[in-house]
Design a protein around this ligand. Structure first.
Ligand code: DAU
Length: 332
């Protein structure tokens, strides 16, 4: 099988490519990535020379490039990770989110349709459903996104599903909860807090700290996407969660414990506008139909993650300068 992966230099995409190359030695993977601030070649340095792997630098919004890639590479399936993904950045500048997440997805869908791709797996997010006070969202629930980011992702997943209904394109959508693990850009809460604590800096906790997220170790998500790619049903949506709901203050206290710091390192800061209170997914469908379960226990996943950031300062230190600092100056 030849797989086209978009956004494979990002956090989840790079972990997914590594899993596929290891698990399927006869597969070829072509990675199309724009290589922007979060698309980091260091994420796949270890596979750069692997003959199964090929890299193309480019933008998913570039129709001609995407058309050329489909004509020359003739992929059997596509897994679409490429997206602008950080909520705070979408509040500072929504346009890039609509461009990449909505228009980029449409360009890929059209090329996939013309070239009759065998499978189009679109990676969505639990944020598309919006916030829920009690209970959990099922795949059949209506979408109610709050931020420019989640709205652009909701638009993209609905667009993808419309290509199944209208053109019979074999689309499948996954919606996953908050991923964490190694190689995550240090703007997301877990790597930001871990690296700040390693640097002896405080951690900026938004609002009252009682917003709840469900945490999913990235390898569990990659294994779910692998199941969906090979066994998922066309036209369907699969929720993917970690069964690990924690408030941000609970998460912060755990990180402080792992990094051997006390509560004086917490700095309560102004809340994120439109900050969703709680995300929660009902994942019984993927568990029952595809026999998938999250395997990584939360504390163990946090231990692995903190340990990785401790040992890999060469990876994250350069990222916390330049463009990163400009972004943080704008935010606070
Ligand atoms: O739910 C899945 C989503 O998870 C993905 O679709 C998004 O791409 C990803 O960015 C993530 O969105 P969140 O907004 O939930 O993640 P983030 O790491 O930005 O924030 C997690 C929680 O921590 C959220 O309640 C806001 C809070 N937070 C975040 C940052 C960056 C803080 O309290 N302080 C911070 O500095």
């Amino acid at each position: 099988m030849k797989l086209l992966v978009t956004g494979g230099l990002g956090f989840i995409g790079s972990n997914f490519i590594r899993l596929i190359l290891k698990k399927y030695p006869d597969y070829k993977v072509v990675n199309l990535d724009i290589q922007n601030y979060a698309g980091n070649p260091n994420n796949l340095k270890d596979v750069e020379d692997n003959p199964q792997y090929g890299f193309i630098k480019g933008d998913i919004c570039d129709e001609k490039l995407v058309e050329d890639i489909f004509s020359t590479e003739k992929p059997d399936a596509l897994v679409h990770f490429a997206a602008a993904s950080h909520v705070d950045r979408s509040i500072l500048g929504p346009q890039e989110f609509v461009r990449t997440n909505v228009l980029g997805t449409q360009v890929l869908l059209d090329a996939a349709r013309h070239h009759k791709i065998g499978r189009f797996v679109h990676i969505g997010t639990d944020e598309e459903y919006g916030s829920i006070q009690q209970g959990s969202f099922r795949e059949t629930d209506p979408l109610n996104p709050s931020s420019p980011y989640s709205s652009s992702k909701a638009a993209a997943s609905l667009l993808a599903l419309s290509y199944f209904n209208t053109f019979h394109l074999p689309v499948i959508v996954t919606r996953s909860s908050n991923n964490f693990g190694c190689n995550q850009y240090p703007e997301k809460v877990i790597p930001l807090f871990i690296t700040n604590l390693i640097e002896g800096k405080k951690v900026p906790l938004y609002g009252d700290g009682f917003n709840v997220r469900d945490w999913l170790y990235v390898l569990d998500n990659c294994k779910a996407i692998d199941e969906v790619l090979h066994k998922g049903k066309e036209g369907e949506i699969y929720n993917v969660g970690g069964d690990n709901e924690f408030s941000n203050i609970e998460l912060t206290k755990l990180l402080l414990k792992f990094l051997e710091k006390d509560a004086s390192y917490i700095e309560y800061v102004k809340d994120r506008p439109g900050h969703d209170r709680r995300y929660s997914l009902d994942c019984s469908k993927i568990k029952e139909k595809l026999n998938w379960q999250p395997k990584f226990e939360f504390n163990y996943g946090i231990y692995l993650t903190a340990d990785w950031y401790r040992k890999n300062e060469w990876w994250w230190k350069p990222l916390k300068s330049g463009e990163y600092l400009e972004y943080y100056k704008k935010q606070y």
